[in-house]
Design a protein around this ligand. Structure first.
Ligand code: PRP
Length: 216
């Protein structure tokens, strides 16, 4: 038998919904629930195994073919622009990219070049290029909301889910940039070499997420 189909899952926010989806398809995810510090976890009966990784690494592993499939947010896919197939919008992990600034601050006023802080410089560059607007981009690794509060940036491009972080820090959305949700991705070679297994799994996933009576 071939090695198990290896699926890279994004640790953290998407993990619970992804495991719930796999369980709803009948896969035994006990090993994932009892993982401890283990990072590669078998799914018995499915000839599958799950790898837990950070979002950007999910894309890297799938792009390089060491994982056949992956579940990752559209945010990271937009930022990394990898060579892989994005097959299914899984519908969970919904949030958005937004441009935000200090509440009641007229972002577009004035003539100077604006400074934008973000974890997502490529997404930010593309957004302002579409507007034909020249901006300086500063890469921040986390808690991007700090940058305008500390006076480093005029605005941020970041993920907004509930809006609580913006609100509690006196910031507000100026404009939505893009909708985000979790996507099922597949390595291009795996899709050819293990087409039947992968297509069967993709079909099961699509049936599940499109069944209104059986939403995960
Ligand atoms: C994300 C994002 C915002 C926050 C938005 O950060 O960067 O800060 O969540 O969520 P909300 O709209 O529900 O408040 P995350 O928690 O991933 O931490 P980080 O910014 O430190 O990476």
């Amino acid at each position: 038998m071939d090695r198990p189909i290896r699926i890279a899952l994004t640790k953290g926010r998407l993990e619970k919904d992804t495991v719930r989806l796999l369980e709803s398809l009948g896969y035994d995810c006990t090993a994932v629930h009892e993982k401890g510090r283990r990072l590669i976890l078998p799914i018995p009966d499915g000839n599958m195994e799950v790898v837990l990784a950070k979002a950007a690494d999910v894309i890297t592993y799938v792009e390089h073919g060491v994982c056949d499939m992956g579940v990752v947010g559209k945010d990271t896919l937009m930022e990394m622009n990898g060579k892989l197939f994005e097959l299914v919008d899984l519908g969970f992990g919904r949030c958005k990219f937004a441009l935000a600034t200090k509440k009641d601050h007229p972002f577009y006023d004035g003539f100077g070049v604006k400074t934008i802080a973000t974890k997502y410089p490529n997404v930010t560059r593309a957004f302002f290029e579409r507007k034909g607007m020249d901006v300086d981009i500063v890469k921040i690794e986390g808690s991007v909301e700090l940058a305008p509060l500390l006076g480093l940036a005029d605005g941020i491009v970041d993920i907004v889910e509930t809006g609580t972080t913006l609100k509690e820090n006196g910031l507000a959305v100026v404009e939505d940039v893009a909708k985000i949700s979790a996507r099922l991705i597949v390595n291009t070679v795996s899709l050819k070499m293990r087409q039947q297994e992968i297509e069967a799994l993709v079909r099961k996933v699509e049936e599940k997420i499109n069944d209104p009576a059986d939403q995960v």
